[in-house]
Design a protein around this ligand. Structure first.
Ligand code: ACO
Length: 431
């Protein structure tokens, strides 16, 4: 541990307070100000956590300036091209890549937990046919805590592990069931002879009267997208899972909270918003007009799929997706996909525009993921659901890490109060 300290000086009183600097294995150091209020009597103010590290974590590392993303030390580019999604899930959960036996055992465990309690189907049936699948996902995942009382002791490591397996295994089944409900088709049971992504495609697109053979290109594309979306350190939804879990809430409730946070268009909802935006733009000729709208401070329009809180360089995931996008569209869908053409034009103009260059606004992972999902036949309102299925692995890994951390305390930020000072209650006749 570094012996460096940072001194905070109160210029009004001349008081000095030293705080230790904590250095991780990579990345900038952090000033440990946990005793600031006790010692100095004031808080720090950092809306949006622009400069705040909220925890110690050994799962994912991002260097936003250089465009680097590592899962447990492994570059995303290597995992994306060489690993399977469940191999990456094992890595994120347990810290190391599995050997052959460990992977086979893990795949077996996850496969064995994919079915849903039959009563959950009744719960799904209660939703209106046009309910957004994300709304169903939040509700159904939260309701899992009502079905698995046998593994809800959050202080028991074995219970925590079983819940983690259940969540990773059941999310695709719930997601596909939400989709089937929205199109009025019967829910398809999982198939244990299929790999994770192939099984998901089967549950989405098979019907009881028609066999569906998941294509290899589609399975590979989904495997890649799931790996790219699996984790991204302390983003809004992961921080939500951690904050919910810090009170000792059960894992199903915590992941439901994470799903709710992911839904927003500034976060996981962006892939759906990108497609909406491309359809609204409609024609390559319209691109310059929309670029001007995005730059106009009086216009709420933003280029969806552009910009990132951490990446001030090309998002490494977007770089990988961009290439795969062309391959997938060539192999699965009609070549000359007009949306891809539109996306490329938008990207080209934005990357050369002073406004975007100055602000380091590059395409993020969601700029291309929606186009691939669309080519795979996944409807737009399911895009964020796909993200949630993949990110469940990251959420669960962070929850497990937090729950086994002896320094874990309930998350409880403070505030700068700007409301009225104390005043007396007046009877209604005197107000
Ligand atoms: N289009 C136009 N201008 C933008 C965009 C955009 N997409 N993103 C940021 N800006 C501008 C802001 O207006 C601001 O300009 P100013 O300095 O003149 O005021 C500047 O760039 C900095 O932007 P902030 O909003 O301060 O950046 P922040 O880190 O808070 O926001 C965010 C990041 C939310 C991702 C933002 O870039 C955005 O809304 N992007 C579009 C939505 C999106 O694609 N979200 C997906 C994120 S990735 C993910 O969750 C997987």
């Amino acid at each position: 541990m570094s012996n460096e300290t940072i001194t905070v000086i109160n210029n009004a009183t001349g008081e000095r307070h030293d705080f230790p600097l904590r250095q991780g294995s990579l990345g900038p150091a952090a000033v440990d100000i946990s005793s600031l209020y006790k010692e100095a009597g004031f808080f720090t103010y950092d809306p949006g956590f622009m400069s705040t590290a909220s925890c110690n974590s050994a799962i994912t590392y991002i260097d936003g300036e250089e465009g680097v993303l590592l899962y447990r030390g492994y570059p995303i580019e290597q995992l994306a091209t060489k690993a399977s999604f469940l191999e990456v899930a094992y890595l994120l959960l347990y810290g190391d890549l599995p050997d052959e036996k460990a992977l086979v055992d893990f795949e077996k465990i996850i496969t064995r937990h994919t079915m849903l309690n039959e009563n959950l189907k009744d719960f799904l049936d209660g939703f209106h046919y046009d309910a957004h699948p994300m709304a169903m996902l939040v509700g159904v995942v939260g309701s899992l805590s009502a079905f698995y009382h046998d593994s809800l002791s959050v202080n028991d490591p074995r219970h925590r592990e079983i819940s983690a397996h259940r969540l990773i295994a059941k999310l695709p089944t719930i997601a596909a069931a939400a989709y089937k409900h929205s199109v009025g088709e019967p829910i398809m049971y999982p198939r244990n002879d299929l790999r994770y992504c192939a099984n998901f495609l089967h549950m989405m697109f098979a019907t009881p009267c028609e066999h569906y053979k998941p294509g290899l290109v589609a399975e590979k594309a989904m495997n890649l997208l799931f790996i790219l979306h699996a984790d991204h350190e302390q983003n809004a939804s992961t921080s939500t899972v951690r904050l919910a879990g810090s009170s000792g809430a059960n894992p199903f409730a915590c992941i439901a909270a994470g799903i709710a946070s992911l839904w927003g268009p500034a976060h996981g909802g962006a892939n759906e918003a990108v497609l909406d935006m491309l359809l609204e733009i409609g024609d390559v000729k319209e691109v310059p007009r929309y670029i001007e709208k995005a730059k106009d401070k009086d216009d709420p329009f933003r280029l969806m799929g552009f910009g990132h809180r951490v990446y001030k360089n090309y998002d490494p995931r977007a770089k990988i997706i961009r290439e795969v996008c062309h391959q997938v569209l060539d192999e699965i869908a009609d070549v000359n996909n007009p949306l891809l053409e539109l996306a490329m034009k938008l990207e080209e103009i934005a990357l050369n525009d002073e406004y975007f260059v100055e602000r380091k606004l590059y395409p993020n992972v969601d700029f291309y993921s929606g186009i691939i999902y669309q080519a795979l036949g996944i409807p737009r309102n399911m895009f964020t659901v796909m993200f949630a299925v993949a990110r469940t692995v990251g959420w669960v890994s962070h929850w497990l890490e937090m729950m086994s951390d002896s320094n874990n305390r309930i998350g409880r930020p403070r505030q700068i109060y700007r409301g009225p000072t104390q005043r007396d209650y007046l009877p209604i006749s005197k107000r």
